[in-house]
Design a protein around this ligand. Sequence first.
Ligand SMILES: Nc1ncnc2c1ncn2[C@@H]1O[C@H](COP(=O)(O)OP(=O)(O)OP(=O)(O)O)[C@@H](O)[C@H]1O
Ligand SMILES: [Mg+2]
Length: 449
Amino acid sequence: MADQIDALRLALQHSPENVPLRCHLAEVLLAHGRADEAATEYRAALALDPDNAVLKTGLAGAFWQAGKKSEGLVVLEDVLQKDNTPAEAYVLHAHMLLQEGDPGRAARQYRRALELNPELADQELADRLGVHPEQDETAHEVVDGRMRQGMEDGAPETEFVSERPDIDFSDVGGMEGVKDEIQKKIILPQTRPDLFAAYGKKAGGGILLYGPPGCGKTHLARATAGEVQAGFLAIGLHDVLDMWIGNSEKNLHAIFNHARGNTPAVLFFDEVDALGASRSDMRQSSSRHLINQFLSELDGVEHDNEGVLILAATNAPWHLDTAFRRPGRFDRMIFVPPPDLGARAEIYRILLRDKPVRDIDHQHVAKKTKGFSGADLKGVVDRAIEAKLDEALAAGEPQPLTTKDLVAAAKRAKPTTREWFATARNYAMYANQGGVYDDVLEYLDAKHD
Ligand SMILES: Nc1ncnc2c1ncn2[C@@H]1O[C@H](COP(=O)(O)OP(=O)(O)OP(=O)(O)O)[C@@H](O)[C@H]1O
Ligand SMILES: [Mg+2]
């Protein structure tokens, strides 16, 4: 390898202006962990070809590898803003976002990279992000599909279809406290407005769910709609921002109006942190307008939100503008922790409900999967089933799933929630204004089984 680098350097002495060659040298250096030298070469190449997005992405990667995180991010943001962004830039951004504790956005960037170039698939990254092709929520896809369609037509569609989820609270393991809060804060005011009026309380506002990825925020939101037999409209805000540039405000209004015209409805804003102009957000100036629009829709100033239950979720509540948390808005922030022992056993029961099983000791498997998220548990079950299928194919007959199969699958899996807590701990310790993250601190301090 040293030979290869020497040879490349020598070749460059003869043709110092050969950008692709210098780029190649930089790549080789980077691949061998010589990040600082790689950065030097990328810079030299950029001096010759300043707008080259591949070179910039490489430089960002070199900075990042050298531990110069913010330099890397600045260079990368520049690349992400242009429209010839190489797929590799999205992969790099996914890594950065994951490290920043924003797995939701990381997953999106990773997916985007794959759309551009499926060969960039990175199993380890996908596992850490919990990105599995079959796991995308249907509601997302509906909305997503419509948006794409709208883009092709040149004008975004403003018609939405809400889903009627076939799950309710009984399909959500654990989370008794959270379910109770949702009952009191958003379901009761809608079903018994008289009671609330009697105490001079006004219905309104929503609940913001936050916590590590895969712990059931989206699942719970859908189940809430099922619980009250309401329509469910899930809006991925990153999609709103990305695909409706210039039309975001109009479309946000259309979304709220659709819900108002189809009550009872659960309006669910996923990745709501997309609205809080985070450091790495590209459209900071325009996002201010969008936030204001969102807040005024939420406040129901011009239009009544009666019959509309509003939920939002985020992995990165710290990126959210504090204006969101004022009374009448998302004045309840609920921490959705990883499932405890009892909840894990229940989730296994739910996940295995319609599967061929024999004498499963749910509690035992739950004990073996401490710290796992709901999505991680789903991964364990999926894996166990796959292994069983192979066995059944070999044996020529179907075999029921056993405790042993699940434990074996669990051994090969790791919980994905740790990274989130590493980031959350910092915010909870150093940016805990008004005790917003007390629940996180309490969780970190407590012993878990
Ligand atoms: N409490 C639970 N009960 C039953 N299933 C659960 C529970 N929590 C998670 N799951 C399962 O795990 C999957 C992933 O959970 P979900 O998508 O709701 O997580 P999330 O908190 O929204 O994650 P992200 O932050 O990545 O969006 C669900 O589709 C569901 O199958
Ligand atoms: Mg989710």
